[in-house]
Design a protein around this ligand. Structure first.
Ligand SMILES: *Cc1c(COP(=O)(O)O)cnc(C)c1O
Length: 356
């Protein structure tokens, strides 16, 4: 039996998207391949609210994050972390010999604009990274405020991880001034895992060109140049099947309308937060609440493993807490095609299982 997924990726995928992935192969150096990627770019630009060049990588989101921090950082990166995925940027920097300082906050807290200001004011950094939506803690960072501070340091490139939020809430990439914004297919976009998509500014690519040792497969300059050299093609053979799936999913996203989609995600969040508050406690304050995943404190000290097992027998799956938050919290994701009715079912089942 398929378990309905309420985990923060991978998410359930529409049958039409799965079917689109079963199409016969085309050559990756054909006009059809260019048209496929160009179509994805055009729709993706609307989702990202950007005019920037869009690049794809046949890797999950982490691949492009690694490529970005390595390609774009010269003298140093300020890595702002509010949880496991923020720390990942730092580990990537270290493993690639990129100078980076890690700025952390207690679990459940956001990256404050004042902290970004303090770090950028030192002049030590030419890039900084922000996790838009930290999937381990359920924090969505105050990026409008961060963008205001950053306007005083325009030369520092802004790299942002929007892996678990792009498509689930408004992230106006150009208005914020993000130089490289990255997401994956398997979260709020409703596609199987395996592709990363990013927007990049021309100035960040110009900066990266002057830098040696950017790696090969995930070199952001190479990915960028191929868009122009080969009309929206990819340097190696891309995951064409996933591209078909993504293209189809973007059609559904456009059909729903971005504003409607964001509103649906907001209402889903409200529902899960109200439920979490009623029966448990929430990890994150309303002001920084994620639109796509809610982290609930395990105040009743239930066994999250047993709960998930019982849910599994009813055809549902939720997520345990991540890393240090395992068993101390559990997570309910509400992203991609998640509906209010679907949430009623899973929340109702939890109430029955725990006799709430
Ligand atoms: C899932 C996730 C990642 C990792 O993305 P992959 O596509 O699994 O490599 C990075 N950042 C955040 C915030 C995530 O939720």
């Amino acid at each position: 039996m398929h378990k309905k997924l309420f985990i923060p990726g991978p998410v359930d995928v529409r049958p039409e998207v799965l079917q689109a992935m079963a199409q016969p192969m085309i050559g990756h150096r054909t006009k059809d391949a260019s048209a496929l990627q160009r179509g994805i770019t055009e729709k993706m630009r609307k989702v990202f609210q950007t005019e920037n060049v869009m690049v794809l990588s046949t890797s999950s989101g982490s691949g492009m994050m690694e490529g970005a921090i390595r390609s774009f950082t010269g003298k140093g990166a300020a890595v702002f972390s509010v949880g496991a995925f923020g720390k990942r940027w730092h580990e990537m920097a270290v493993q690639n010999g990129v100078e980076a300082d890690l700025f952390e906050v207690p679990q459940g807290q956001p990256t404050l604009a004042s902290e970004v200001e303090k770090a950028l004011a030192t002049g030590k950094y030419d890039t900084f990274t922000i996790t838009h939506n930290e999937t381990s803690s359920g924090v969505m960072n105050p990026v409008q405020e961060i963008a205001e501070v950053r306007r005083r340091y325009p030369d520092v490139l802004w790299l942002m991880d929007t892996v678990s939020s792009m498509g689930g809430t408004s992230i106006p990439v150009d208005e914020l001034g993000v130089d490289c914004c990255i997401t994956s297919t398997q979260k709020a976009l409703g596609v199987p895992p395996g592709l990363a998509i990013g927007s990049v500014t021309e100035r960040s690519i110009d900066r990266a060109r002057g830098k040696g040792q950017r790696g090969f497969y995930l070199d952001m300059v190479k990915l960028y140049d191929f868009i122009f050299k080969k009309d929206h093609q990819y340097p190696s053979t891309p995951a064409l099947s996933l591209m078909y799936g993504l293209d189809k999913s973007l059609d559904f996203i456009m059909e729903e309308g971005l504003e409607n989609r964001w509103e649906r995600h907001r209402l889903n969040m409200e529902k899960v937060r109200a439920w979490g508050r009623k029966h448990f406690e929430l990890l994150v304050d309303d002001a920084y609440a994620s639109r796509t995943v809610t982290v609930i404190r395990n105040t009743r000290e239930i066994s999250v493993g047993d709960l998930n097992k019982a849910l599994g027998e009813r055809g549902f799956q939720i997520a345990n807490g991540y890393g240090e938050l395992k068993d101390k919290t559990f997570r309910i994701a509400h992203m991609a095609d998640c509906t209010s009715e679907g949430l009623d079912e899973v929340l109702g089942s939890i109430e029955e299982i725990l006799s709430l």
